[in-house]
Design a protein around this ligand. Sequence first.
Ligand SMILES: [Zn+2]
Length: 114
Amino acid sequence: MRTKRLRWILRVLRKAEPTDLPVVVRRASLDNLYRDDDNRPVDKPILLTGYCLARPTRYVIVVNTRLSARAQEEVVLHEYAHAVAYPLQGESRKLLHDRVWGICYARCWRHFGM
Ligand SMILES: [Zn+2]
């Protein structure tokens, strides 16, 4: 796994798209999901690519190591955009895929010719 490249991506993002709290990235082998958001069983297992947790003192991005190196990089960009967008998204205190997140996501992508 190209952790060196992931570290470089994170370094570029931290400098170019600062967040209100530090962002840490962890890699883990994540199990498939067998239930949907409403806790109902699903027909086909859902691949959990990664997620971002907004903690009181930092954002924790978790990336599934079962993905290809390229896919892991894309997950970091996606989740990092959540960390940038989070304080701008008002009082909902949720990690949304709204317009604000979309703009942050596009900004994150701009730094890489991926
Ligand atoms: Zn997301």
